[in-house]
Design a protein around this ligand. Structure first.
Ligand SMILES: [Mn+2]
Length: 287
């Protein structure tokens, strides 16, 4: 009947992708105005959705087919190039609408800045759990206070708690700020040498809480995830990130998710496929 693969997350047939029945809604946001090193994360959402259509729908670990929870994919958001504030307001509004419809938004970036737009749609009592090689705690960057390098600082200022996991690169200013304000950072070293203890500490902070999960894919090791703007060496493995996310999903109430900073390398689709995989794992883990 159809020699085609539908253009949506996982390439699902239209008979199983109604907005009304969907628990999860994928929002592709092709935005990369402030990227500082290699550019092109605006192409991330398109490439991740393309890759997702080849992800196996049966989850071997969970022994079920998580897509049956209902996934709907929006068309790509039209961003306002060169205007982070306007773009973030669009992101906030679209997330707000999804929350009014009792959906779990899953944003696909785009640069990390979009997280600030998304979290503003939520009440202040959420905890934003971020996986990132960087702390993104700068006051401003290249003269821009809505740069991807400042996104966590803005979120803290908005009155929301954050936990950052996997950090292995930060400026002196960020280091001092994190220390003075007792920001919860689980550095890469701690995730390597004291993985169990770090995981227990993370879970004790988020147990039973409403959690927004933000995954900057540069948290992974560049050997596993090469297509990022700033590939910091000595990253977390897919297994480490997956296990941490699984335990968070089982301990907390996940209210929103984003995956950001995929910056495609032509001819290499490893990062895009892994990104689609980890998003589908999250869909499987969320209760
Ligand atoms: Mn980063």
């Amino acid at each position: 009947m159809y020699p085609f693969i539908p253009w949506n997350f996982l390439g699902l047939d239209s008979s199983i992708t109604s907005y009304k029945k969907a628990k999860f809604v994928i929002v592709p946001i092709p935005y990369d105005s402030t990227q500082s090193y290699r550019t092109g994360s605006r192409n991330g959402p398109h490439q991740i959705i393309d890759a997702s259509r080849y992800v196996e729908r049966f989850d071997m670990e969970l022994q079920n087919e998580p897509y049956k929870k209902g996934i709907f994919t929006f068309d790509e958001m039209e961003t306002v190039k060169g205007n982070p504030a306007k773009t973030l307001e669009r992101v906030r509004l679209s997330v707000k609408n999804l929350l009014n419809d009792s959906k779990i938004p899953i944003l696909i970036g785009g640069e990390h800045t979009i997280t600030f737009g998304a979290v503003q749609a939520f009440p202040r009592d959420i905890i934003v759990v971020v996986f990132d090689a960087h702390a993104d705690l700068r006051e401003s960057y290249e003269g821009d206070h809505l740069s991807h390098a400042c996104v966590m600082r803005r979120i803290i200022e908005s009155g929301r708690d954050i936990i950052v996991i996997g950090v292995r690169s930060m400026s002196q200013e960020e280091y001092n700020f994190a220390k003075e304000n007792a920001i919860s950072i689980f550095f890469r070293e701690a995730m390597k040498n004291k993985f169990r203890r770090s995981l227990t500490d993370i879970l004790s902070k988020i147990k039973g809480k409403n959690v927004y999960l933000s995954l900057d894919v540069d948290v992974f090791d560049p050997s596993e995830v090469p297509a990022v703007s700033t590939p910091e060496p000595d990253g977390l493995s897919f297994g480490e990130v997956k296990e941490t996310i699984r335990e968070i999903c089982y301990s907390a109430n996940i209210v929103g998710v984003d995956l950001v900073e995929v910056t495609p390398i032509p001819g290499n689709n490893i990062t895009e496929f892994l990104s689609a995989r980890i998003l589908y794992k999250i869909i499987g883990y969320v209760r």
